[in-house]
Every structure is written in C-alpha cells, then in structure tokens.
Design a protein around this ligand. Structure first.
Ligand SMILES: Cc1cc2nc3c(=O)[nH]c(=O)nc-3n(C[C@H](O)[C@H](O)[C@H](O)COP(=O)(O)OP(=O)(O)OC[C@H]3O[C@@H](n4cnc5c(N)ncnc54)[C@H](O)[C@@H]3O)c2cc1C
Length: 308
C-alpha cells in the first residue's frame, strides 16, 4: 500500500522544487494514477494541483501544455489535435477509459517515461520540448534518454509545423498496454518514434532514419529495416521477433498514412469500439504473424521507475 507521511500543496513550482529537494523520500504527485499502485512509504508527497499548471496555452508558434493538464483535456483540445494530425488523441484512446484519463496527467505520463507509454511515443515524433525546474528546457528526445533526476516537469511545449503525422499501435486487447507503438511525423524531414519495445520509446530521424520527405518504395523499405533494427525485447505481450516485425510493418503503415499514400484508418474522431480496438490494428488486420507467447492481460506490473 502507498503511504504518505506528509502531504504538501505548494502554490508555486519553486516552492514545490524546494520541498522535493529537501528529502530523498519526497515525491511529486501528478494525477496519482500510477503512483497509487506503488508499495512504498513516501515522506512528503508534493501535490502540484495548486501551481497553475493545468492549462493549455496556444501561442503563435506552439502549444504550451501545463504538466497537470489531464490526458483527456489534451485529447479533446480541438486546436492541438487539428494541428498535430490527431496523433495524441489516437494514441491515448485505449488508455483504460475516460475516467482514468481525466485523472492521469500529461506531466506524470511524460516524466514517467514508461516503457509501455503511448503518450511518449506520440509526442516524441513531434517537435516537442519539456520544461523542468532543475534541468531547464530540453528536447523531449533528450529527456526520453535522460536518467531519472529529482526535477519537476512544468510544461510540455509542442512547436507548430505543417505536420503530416500518423500513430499506430498493436494491443492484444482493447485497453491493454500496447505490444508496440509507432508515431511517424513529417516536419523538417521524417521523425519516427517506436515505443513499447518494451522499454522507453526511441526516435529515429535525420541520417539515422535516412528517409527523404518524398521517398521511393525502396527508400521506405530501407527506413523500415532501420526501425526493425532498433533494440527490442520480449515480455508477456510479445516476443522480440514479433516486435521487430511490428516495428517494420507499423512503421511502414504510419509513414504511408502520414504521407497520404494509403487511407488513414480509422477516423481518430470516431468513438472507440469496446472490443479489440479497430483504431489499433489487431495482429490479423495488420497482416502480421501471431505472437508466439502467452496472452494473459494483467494489471500493470513493475515499480515506479521514477521512484526507484
Ligand atoms: C491500469 C493502467 C493502465 C495504463 N495503461 C497505459 C497505456 O496503455 N498507455 C500509456 O501510455 N499509459 C498507460 N498508463 C499510464 C497512465 O497513462 C499515466 O501515464 C500514469 O498514470 C501517470 O500519470 P499520473 O498523472 O497519474 O502520474 P503520477 O502517478 O502522479 O506520477 C507518476 C510518476 O511521475 C512523477 N511525476 C508526476 N508528475 C510529475 C511532474 N510534473 N514532475 C516530475 N515528476 C512528476 C511522480 O512522482 C511519479 O514518480 C496506465 C496506467 C494505469 C494505472
């Protein structure tokens, strides 16, 4: 059971940061959805809900998203979703249910850098930065590979471009963690994030992806091979071999759909079906081989990486 010795609700992030740094066992509270699953004793829990971080501000060239904005707030923000080809909306639609997405925050989801994250994969392919009290402003790609520090994430900044983007994921059943997910976005060239590997999402772009804005089928094949070469592992949801296959095929599908070379399916604004999500291809509809490992769908396992 999770236990707090003290509860603090500071009104500024500076005060929150000071409290966080005061004790090794102090922790930040976002939505508390993940934290509450932990078996640990926290000395002082620092609730950020009074720090004014629950707004999405649109500027001329970006969307500035406060860390306490909920997943549901962002997935229903019309201007943000229209500007980013609905990838976020599509990525989070199978995260348990609306009630939970009304509690889980963007800050907690990004700071957690969970190996299964749909949120991280979707944002990573966009031109995105995070603002931290401590480390300052860093690109999300840099943050995604940084070790856990005792910083406070205050904002996620998504810069505007004329994005062409698409999100794909395979789940064994609706609302389960993804077996693998991919987000492809074209802005100053192609940027493709592969997540649920089942470790933190990785981004391929520039020379490491080597995919021109307008590409031939051979160039796309070669880029998809590079996605399949990313390190992946096995767990109860999928084998390493299956994940390599998904990285290649979901990558191809995401890039082709983003480029308008095949129809986007389904409409991300359509209500999510209650059974296997049509928005996230089933193994059969993805034309992929079947995973050869057992298929139990379990409650999330593993400790809170940010607390370890
Ligand atoms: C049953 C279940 C299923 C899920 N399925 C999925 C899924 O399929 N795909 C997916 O992407 N996600 C999934 N999630 C994760 C979920 O979407 C959220 O990412 C998660 O709950 C964390 O958000 P939170 O706001 O609740 O963070 P919290 O639980 O409050 O915090 C998580 C961690 O981040 C730290 N933290 C929180 N906010 C900040 C901040 N502003 N600055 C610094 N540190 C901070 C906390 O100290 C803690 O270590 C699932 C979660 C659950 C419980």
């Amino acid at each position: 059971m999770l236990q707090f010795k003290n509860y603090a609700r500071p009104e500024t992030v500076e005060e929150a940061y000071e409290l966080l740094r005061k004790g090794r066992m102090n922790r930040v509270l976002g939505g508390g959805v993940w934290l509450r699953l932990q078996e640990r004793r926290i000395s002082t829990v620092i609730d950020l809900s009074a720090c004014g971080l629950d707004k999405i501000e649109e500027t001329e060239d970006s969307f500035v998203i406060g860390s306490m904005v909920t997943l549901h707030q962002l997935e229903t923000h019309a201007a943000f979703n229209d500007a980013t080809c609905h990838v976020f909306e599509h990525a989070v639609r199978d995260i348990v249910g609306t009630q939970m997405r009304n509690c889980a925050t963007v800050g907690g989801s990004v700071f957690g850098r969970f190996g299964f994250s749909d949120v991280l994969t979707a944002l990573l392919a966009l031109d995105c930065e995070v603002e931290l009290v401590g480390a300052g402003v860093v690109s999300l790609a840099t943050f995604a590979s940084m070790p856990y520090e005792r910083d406070i994430l205050t904002h996620v900044i998504v810069h505007k471009h004329d994005y062409a983007a698409n999100y794909q994921a395979v789940r064994r059943s609706a609302t389960d963690f993804p077996v693998l997910n991919v987000c492809a976005a074209r802005w100053d060239g192609w940027h493709v994030a592969v997540g649920a590997r089942p470790t933190r999402a990785r981004l391929l772009e520039g020379e490491r992806l080597s995919l021109p804005a307008e590409f031939t089928p051979e160039q796309l094949d070669a880029a998809c091979d590079r996605l399949a070469e990313l390190p992946v592992g096995s767990n109860m949801r999928g084998s390493e071999r299956y994940r390599r296959h998904l990285a290649r095929e979901l990558g191809r599908r995401a890039i082709r759909q983003a480029a308008g070379l095949e129809p986007v399916s389904p409409d991300p604004a359509a209500p999510a079906p209650r059974t296997v999500c049509a928005g996230h291809a089933s193994a059969a509809s993805a034309g992929v081989e079947t995973a050869n490992d057992p298929a139990p769908t379990q409650a999330p396992k593993g400790g809170d990486p940010a607390c370890s």
